[in-house]
Write a protein that binds this ligand. Structure first.
Ligand SMILES: [Fe+2]
Length: 249
């Protein structure tokens, strides 16, 4: 699939600009500094002026991180998603929400996928985690329960993860980063934010159609990197336990 860049209307670019400017301002004191730095690094090809052109963005993204954007028609099967991540390809749609629905989305659009997900791919720890996550998904694609646990892990880190920095909450997950109202919701003192715990995260179900009720926090993005060998052991143990159960039967 290709991005038919000339098909975007003046209103599409206007929507992008409104979303980009409003959320950049909102995030200035709410996003983790790593996200803001990466967004700035990509600013020649990812800014509020126009909808990003994937050709330009891919060139910069490949040069800085080895990642590239893979255009998808919408939600894709989880195993295809794992495979793309394992090849350092991040999925994005090309459509943008209409002007009269700036805050309501049934499924991810280009603003969520690009503004929300892409900047942190330039950050070394985050990039390695997303890549390792994809490889784990490919490795365990036949294990239904592990795939489910990986989806939950993705949800509470890459999609809705938060950081606690000097007792302050900062957001890094793309679902929050790309949402004006969810950013405010996370920073609301009444919102429940728990310390990241792998057992809790992999057993907690989630709803993808509503604002989240709980979030998990880590202290810095290098914890994602430290999580990789822990996950490898964690899932290997599950596979071995299943084998033992099978042999006993
Ligand atoms: Fe997402």
């Amino acid at each position: 699939m290709i991005q038919e860049y000339n098909q975007y209307t003046a209103e599409d670019h206007k929507v992008w600009k409104i979303l980009f400017d409003r959320q950049s301002q909102n995030l200035a004191d709410k996003a983790c500094k790593e996200y803001l730095h990466c967004l700035d690094q990509l600013s020649p090809a990812l800014n509020g002026n126009t909808i990003p052109n994937f050709e330009q963005l891919n060139e910069l993204l490949l040069a800085t991180s080895g990642w590239s954007i893979e255009i998808v028609p919408g939600m894709i099967p989880v195993n295809d998603f794992f495979e793309l991540l394992a090849k350092k390809k991040f999925c994005s749609s090309t459509w943008i929400r209409p002007l009269d629905k700036l805050d309501y989305l049934d499924e991810p659009d280009i603003f969520h996928d690009i503004f929300g997900h892409v900047p942190l791919l330039v950050h070394s720890c985050f990039s390695q985690f997303a890549h390792a996550f994809g490889k784990l998904g490919v490795k365990y694609r036949e294990h239904v329960s592990i795939v489910e646990q990986l989806q939950r892990l993705y949800w509470f880190t890459i999609e809705f993860g938060t950081l606690t920095v000097n007792n302050e909450t900062k957001v890094y997950g793309a679902g929050v980063i790309s949402s004006y109202s969810e950013t405010l919701h996370v920073l609301n003192k009444k919102t429940e934010i728990q310390n990241f715990n792998l057992d809790n995260v992999t057993t907690q179900s989630f709803v993808n159609t509503e604002i989240q009720q709980s979030y998990y926090s880590i202290n810095n993005l290098s914890e994602l990197l430290q999580l990789i060998p822990i996950l490898e052991n964690y899932f290997e143990k599950i596979v071995n336990e299943k084998k033992v159960q099978y042999e006993i039967r």
